[in-house]
Design a protein. Structure first.
Length: 81
């Protein structure tokens, strides 16, 4: 399994964990977004500083790694109203 797929699953797993432990969808989303931003930027930095990828290469991967779980979080928050 690719590292990108693992990161996407980790993001969705974190979202599910927060939604199960915090019943208020808005609060869970507000907590998830900054947490996932920190984790995904950390992943980007590891790719650039240790794995030898360039900033542009990692930025292209970072967008869906952060964006897809964030979109799911915002969509589920909106649907749960």
């Amino acid at each position: 399994m690719s590292h990108t797929a693992i990161m996407l699953l980790a993001g969705l797993g974190l979202l599910i964990l927060l939604r199960l432990t915090i019943r208020d969808a808005a609060r869970a989303t507000r907590l998830f977004l900054p947490l996932w931003l920190i984790v995904s930027v950390g992943n980007l930095l590891v790719g650039v500083l240790y794995a030898g990828y360039g900033w542009a290469e990692e930025a292209v991967i970072w967008l869906p790694v952060f964006g897809l779980p964030a979109v799911v979080a915002l969509a589920t928050r909106r649907l749960s109203r």
